[in-house]
Design a protein around this ligand. Sequence first.
Ligand code: SAM
Length: 281
Amino acid sequence: MALSPSETSDLLRQLEHRPNKKLGQNFLIDGNLVEKSISMASLPTNYPVLEIGPGLGTLTSHLLNLGHPVYAVEIDRRLEAHLRERLSSFIESGQFNLVRADAVKQPIGNLPDDIAEYAVVANLPYAISSAWMEGLLGSGKLPTSMVMMLQKEATERMLASPGTKAYNALAIFLQAAYQQTGYHPVPGQCFYPAPAVASALLKMEKKTTPYLFAKETRSLIRRIFTQRRKQIGSLLKKEEQKIQQIMTSWLEENNICSTTRPEKISVDQWIELGKQFPSTN
Ligand code: SAM
């Protein structure tokens, strides 16, 4: 079970730890939500899990007790020490692997190379959710599924469709490889302290044929989206000769008019652009 608000605050006091706002330390205090995250993930037996920001270990201990090997990345030194103590038996048995690191720099933590399939289950630190996701997609080692607690606004950005205000480069990279298969709104009182923003649990599953953009194309699309309301035909002229040529033939082959704005171009059309570039990450 998750700790209640008073048990969580008692534990934090005992650890002499004040929740750090900058690190998005809003701890889960609702047992139903822990269960919900795990049932949404619907993991096969003993399936490896990557958890970003295990915090006090609420979700972590549930996953471990169910038998899943857990690879976790936690940036906070004091929480790391607490986790090492609380979950020492799982560390000793090798079922729990914890690394103290910035998940933006180490998006898959210490996940061993020989683990080909794994899932993400995490109550993410909201400030880094987009940067971590970009890092994860850039790592080339894609989880089969992800159940993530996110700021509601972040879920809207990740799921955004072309032509909407929220459509952005990350939505394109993510939707090229994943599809949404679950969504559950979460009220603030499920956390201690309660965040000022609305939250939601989002499940994404890897597509049968996921498309991963190469590094060069990701940078290009990100660059283009900084001027999302300009016409694609004028934006491409700012690029070097080789990219201009590629983009010009891409527009022709996909019947995209040069006056189209980047925010109107579909994920599939961006994928077609990606395919014109060498597939190096
Ligand atoms: N999983 C716990 C729970 O559900 O109660 C805590 C979730 S809390 C929203 C986010 C956690 O991510 C905190 O433990 C915080 O210290 C950690 N964190 C924040 N920024 C991080 C980063 N850049 N890399 C790794 N962990 C980070």
